[in-house]
Design a protein around this ligand. Structure first.
Ligand SMILES: [Zn+2]
Length: 382
């Protein structure tokens, strides 16, 4: 079966909103009511979408809401962080059915990281009795650099041995479905755009901080990639040269200041009395609070520069670091408002991201589905 651009657009919109009326579809897509009626009939007949409940739309008329058919497709998401890897299977409505998480360090002993990851993945699917043929598409988000063709992991700055891994080709020997690879900050931005708070926002930035820093920048509804596909390296911009040498080779990277391991090192350096900065923070320890203020300021300065360059409508920030040390986020926000240009911050909203610690894996799954729809065989527009 082939699909027109308009049919794919409607399919994407129903996926995004998952509960949207034909009238709303017509408003968002600029297609006529007649086209929407025809397209949705085809998509319903082919079980891509289904009609749910009726809602009142004023003037006594009731509108039927349309949903993705959860059973139509199954997606596999892989979120390769600097510290952990997550696998998840979702249905077509992006509901996660199964999920597994393990430490990246568990793959350290294997010389061929791509093969080791594949083996681990096959084990995950086998334990769920999921045949490979059931998977419609795979989305991989990685906290690292990806080549321009989006087939190879060029480098993961925080991990040794993850250089030039032709991950898509390795997986292709086992899976017949399409496999999509991108940098993790970008897949997180795709999740925010399609399923999160940024549905109506065209210019925004997603920032996630834990054991590493990732960010995705969307400008005018397009992901910023750069000429070599390595843009948005927020973690590796120089924030304080005194912060020492980063694993990427540079000095004073933001990642050398504001990740969990770096905050712990800083806490020890300042002779903190508790066993961890998180414990110290919970006990209102002065040193822990000082570190939150200093590092929040560093992140705020870095993001102020980003705000001045790109003038986004929103920044969506998240990650375990802010869950454990909320004052750090407060200081970051305060600094952005203070430092970035006042015309750029006038309408800027600083919010927590939509999926918290699941942002990476939801990103990988959404990325799989969005690309899968866009790759459906093209029919001539009618
Ligand atoms: Zn660096």
């Amino acid at each position: 079966m082939k699909y027109t651009t308009s049919e794919k657009e409607i399919l994407s919109l129903v996926s995004m909103y998952n509960g949207i009326s034909r009238k709303q579809l017509a408003e968002i897509s600029d297609l006529s009511q007649a086209s929407i009626t025809k397209i949705t009939k085809k998509l319903i007949d082919e079980h891509f979408i289904f009609e749910g409940e009726r809602i009142s739309s004023g003037l006594g008329r009731k509108e039927v809401l349309l949903y993705s058919n959860p059973k139509k497709f199954t997606f596999l998401g892989i979120d390769i962080g600097g510290y952990t890897v997550r696998f998840a299977l979702s249905d077509n409505s992006m509901k996660i059915l199964h999920q597994e998480e393990f430490f990246m360090a568990e793959l350290d002993e294997y010389p061929n990281k791509g093969e080791a990851l594949l083996e681990r993945l096959l084990h995950f699917l086998e334990s769920l009795n999921t045949p490979l043929s059931m998977i419609s598409a795979i989305g991989i988000g990685v906290t690292g650099l990806v080549d321009r063709d989006q087939k190879t992991i060029l480098n993961i700055p925080n991990r040794k041995g993850w250089d030039d891994i032709e991950i898509v080709n390795i997986f292709k020997q086992t899976f017949l479905c399409p496999i999509f690879l991108d940098e993790g900050g970008r897949t997180m931005a795709i999740a925010e755009k399609n399923l999160g708070k940024a549905r109506e926002v065209r210019d925004f930035i997603v920032v996630q901080i834990g054991f590493g820093i990732v960010s995705g920048i969307m400008i005018n509804d397009q992901l910023l990639r750069g000429s070599s596909n390595v843009s948005s390296l927020l973690g590796h911009i120089t924030a304080d040269e005194k912060a020492g040498r980063c694993l990427c080779g540079n000095y004073g990277c933001l990642e050398n200041i504001i990740t969990f391991p770096m905050l712990e090192i800083e806490y020890k350096k300042r002779n903190g009395q508790y066993s961890s900065i998180v414990e110290a923070y919970e006990r209102n320890d002065k040193v822990a609070i000082e570190i939150c203020i200093d590092t929040g300021k560093a992140l705020g300065i870095a993001l102020s520069n980003v705000v001045n360059l790109f003038n986004p409508t929103a920044i969506y920030i998240g990650g375990p670091i802010f869950d454990s040390l909320p004052m750090l986020l407060e200081e970051t926000k305060r600094t952005i408002i203070l430092r970035a240009n006042r015309f750029a911050t006038l309408a800027l909203s600083l919010e927590e991201n939509s999926f918290g610690q699941q942002q990476g894996i939801i990103g990988a799954l959404t990325f799989a589905k969005i690309n899968f729809i866009s790759d459906l065989k093209e029919a001539a527009s009618s």
